[in-house]
Design a protein around this ligand. Structure first.
Ligand code: PEP
Ligand code: MG
Length: 321
């Protein structure tokens, strides 16, 4: 029985009513691609590019980057691959990019802010991505569907800056991560300037709760079930529906099988997670229709705190439909 289960084809992510919810992988290195595919990832929802930059004292060359991006794209022919440009800050400082002496690194020159201050690095990364895309277009397997997004976007202006620059380099699908409350609150304006949004629930929770995600003494605040976080996610989901644009989730929250249902109920159109979480989330989504998911989300949104939101969602999920 085990052998036949292992060899059964893995179905794409979907709700009980057939609504497709693509299930994608978070990857930090192209080396993880094969495992992700084996576990049924329908593409990549977050490719973190920091690994290319963190290991040396200088920025990687365009050719070094192109090699990694080509390896990644080649593993997903015909599939969506969302690459995030460098997310460096004083918490993961780079000698050629950051001043490591900020008192509050999470609130400092990080993400798109740091890239703008060293725009040559961003331009080189976009060049390497466009070249990798072009290189895989010529392969017999065909190209992946490359999407590129910026981290830590806090303003509409940063959104239009990034998407315009990415398009200048031939990137066809350019979006932003929504992981700062300001961009969640203005999601309808942000999405007017971006092709898609991807919600980073790790940072969105940190900034909503004003609790450093790396600090053990405030770890109890780092809970994406908090209704304040869920309400911000709903803003982004509503904006996505308004503009007819995709809203993905790529923070840890997407890997929680019940929270995944809530996120879909709030308007998420795809979920990206560590590949090992895909099977449980896939099984969970199959138990709920979109109407169910919305009802479960409403129950969580109405709660006072994270623990009661989780309980309310559990209760709503168990209730007869
Ligand atoms: C997030 O903040 O949720 C996210 C996906 O990005 P990272 O964890 O790399 O900051
Ligand atoms: Mg983040």
């Amino acid at each position: 029985a085990r052998a036949s289960a292992a060899s059964a084809p893995i179905t794409p992510g979907a709700l009980a009513d057939g609504t497709a919810i693509p299930l994608l992988a978070n990857l930090g290195n192209p080396a993880g691609a094969a495992e992700a595919v084996a576990l049924g990832a329908e593409g990549v929802g977050l490719f973190r590019t920091e690994f290319l930059f963190l290991s040396s004292g200088s920025a990687p060359t365009i050719d070094q980057q192109k090699e990694s991006y080509t390896a990644l794209l080649s593993a997903f022919p015909g599939k969506k691959v969302v690459v995030r440009v460098l997310d460096a800050g004083a918490d993961k400082p780079l000698p050629f990019l950051n001043d490591a002496h900020e008192e509050n690194p999470a609130l400092g020159l990080r993400g798109i802010r740091a890239l703008r201050a060293s725009e040559d690095i961003l331009r080189e990364q976009l060049t390497a991505l466009a070249e990798a895309d072009a290189a895989t277009r010529a392969t017999p397997e065909g190209p992946a569907d490359l999407w590129v997004m910026a981290p830590m976007v806090a303003t509409v202006e940063e959104t239009s800056y990034f998407t315009a620059l990415a398009r200048d380099y031939g990137i066809r699908t350019a979006g932003v991560m929504v992981e700062v409350p300001s961009s969640a609150l203005l999601a309808d304006r942000v999405l007017a300037h971006a092709d898609f949004a991807s919600i980073g629930t790790n940072d969105l929770t940190q900034y909503t709760m004003a609790a450093d995600r790396l600090l053990g003494s405030v770890a109890s605040f780092q809970d994406p079930w908090h209704p304040a976080v869920l309400r911000l996610i709903r803003e982004v989901g509503d904006a996505g529906r308004l503009h007819g644009k995709p809203v993905g989730i790529c923070g840890e929250a997407a890997a929680d099988p019940l929270l995944a249902v809530v996120l879909v109920g709030l308007g998420a159109t795809s979920l990206s997670m560590a590949p090992t979480a895909l099977a449980d989330v896939r099984a969970s989504l199959l138990q709920f229709s979109l109407d169910d998911a919305r009802r479960v989300a409403e129950a969580a949104l109405a709660a006072d705190d994270a623990a009661s939101a989780r309980d309310a969602a559990r209760e709503a999920a168990a209730a007869p439909i």
